[in-house]
Design a protein. Structure first.
Length: 384
């Protein structure tokens, strides 16, 4: 099955009701390829975590009348530009998150270095109703980072997002706008000119196909892509109830760095940033120190990109590493840790042990050099 054919299965699976990014990832990891999963019977599907009777019945019913080749052809007429994890061009950093979009639509200028993680990407987000202080520092920091070679990611919403994209374009730098609509739907509509300028120098991305209009539920989903695409997330100004804080929380879960601009206690727009700082976010003191800290991030390991999909590549290499002889409890806990950072509660759920037992065992496994702890109570297996 070549890559062009395999990407059709990613697209097809994403159309089945109840099958989201997490279940798709489990399918891909279990069967190796989604083309193989497409041919699996109900019994085989039932072996995949999360596939209960209702979902399996839906899959069997939908597959029975799905013309894959015709659907791909018709879909590509309205959506000629998209990537799936079967494509080499799919952004490398998104493959690291637990729920990467199965289909990523794009418009604009593609740069392979960004997709491979070679060009550093930083997200700048914040409130839709910023103060002059927030606007001024957003423009100042965006300009400096853009001139230093960072690609700036944001969501093209009103306020901080808009200031961010404009500041990039004003210095002739690239910017990536992640939409919660189709890539052809400009929201807010007043950003039409900004959208047109971004297409000439940067990139517009969305997990939603052309024609999909604004929906309140789409924007938190959009935020995970902003966080996933970025090595670090900067929150410039945000009240306590802000979508920017969702982006920051997701960035922390994805083991990305989070930075926040301090503000006055008298300014409710800064309360979200102050809350982030109280929980350990990096303090933005000035542009120079920020550039120094961001420049110190280790380069992304692009790995061997000749064989895709990358999910299968990671799982295969992980499974081939021989385990040392361990006590049964240690062995079970080690087996519950994926090749990517795994949350403590998920390890507890997989093993059935108490949180105390798991933490005690994880400490021993750390001392043995088999696992390492990451921010946010997440654990990762050490390389052999």
């Amino acid at each position: 099955m070549n890559k062009v054919e395999e990407r059709a299965f990613w697209l097809a699976w994403s159309q089945i009701p109840g099958i989201g990014p997490i279940l798709l990832r489990r399918l891909e990891q279990h069967f190796g390829k989604l083309s193989v999963a497409w041919e699996a019977n109900a019994k085989a599907l039932g072996q995949v975590e999360g596939f209960g009777r209702q979902i399996i019945d839906t899959v069997v019913r939908e597959r029975s009348h799905f013309n894959l080749e015709m659907f791909l052809q018709e879909h590509s007429v309205k959506n000629p530009c998209f990537w799936t994890p079967a494509d080499r061009e799919y952004p490398r950093l998104l493959l690291e998150i637990p729920n990467p979009p199965p289909v990523l639509y794009y418009r604009g200028i593609v740069q392979v270095e960004e997709n491979l993680g070679i060009t550093p990407t930083v997200a700048i987000v914040g409130t839709r109703d910023p103060s002059e202080y927030g606007k001024r520092w957003t423009r100042k920091i965006t300009t400096v980072l853009a001139q230093k070679g960072f690609t700036i990611v944001s969501g093209m919403a009103e306020g901080i997002d808009t200031e961010t994209h404009r500041a990039c374009l004003e210095v002739g730098a690239r910017t990536i706008a992640v939409f919660g609509t189709g890539v052809d739907i400009i929201y807010p509509p007043r950003n039409l000119k900004l959208y047109e300028e971004i297409l000439t120098k940067g990139l517009v991305l969305s997990e939603y196909p052309s024609g999909i209009k604004p929906n309140r539920a789409h924007f938190p989903n959009r935020n995970r892509i902003i966080a996933g695409l970025s090595r670090a997330v900067l929150v410039m100004e945000a009240p306590t109830r802000s979508g920017a804080l969702i982006t920051a929380r997701l960035a922390n879960e994805y083991c990305r760095d989070v930075y926040a601009l301090p503000g006055s206690l008298d300014n409710v727009r800064s309360h979200g940033c102050l809350g982030l700082l109280s929980k350990g976010a990096h303090l933005i003191i000035n542009e120079g120190l920020l550039v120094e800290m961001l420049s110190g991030m280790p380069p992304v390991d692009s790995g061997n990109l000749s064989d895709l999909p990358l999910f299968s590549q990671q799982v295969t290499s992980h499974n081939q590493q021989p385990l040392p002889k361990l006590e049964p409890q240690f062995h079970k806990i080690l087996e519950a840790i994926d090749s990517e950072p795994t949350a403590l509660d998920l390890i507890v759920q997989k093993t059935g042990f108490s949180a105390g037992e798991v933490l005690s065992s994880l400490l021993q496994l750390e001392l043995m050099g088999l696992v390492s702890q990451l921010p946010g109570m997440r654990y990762q297996r050490c390389s052999a």
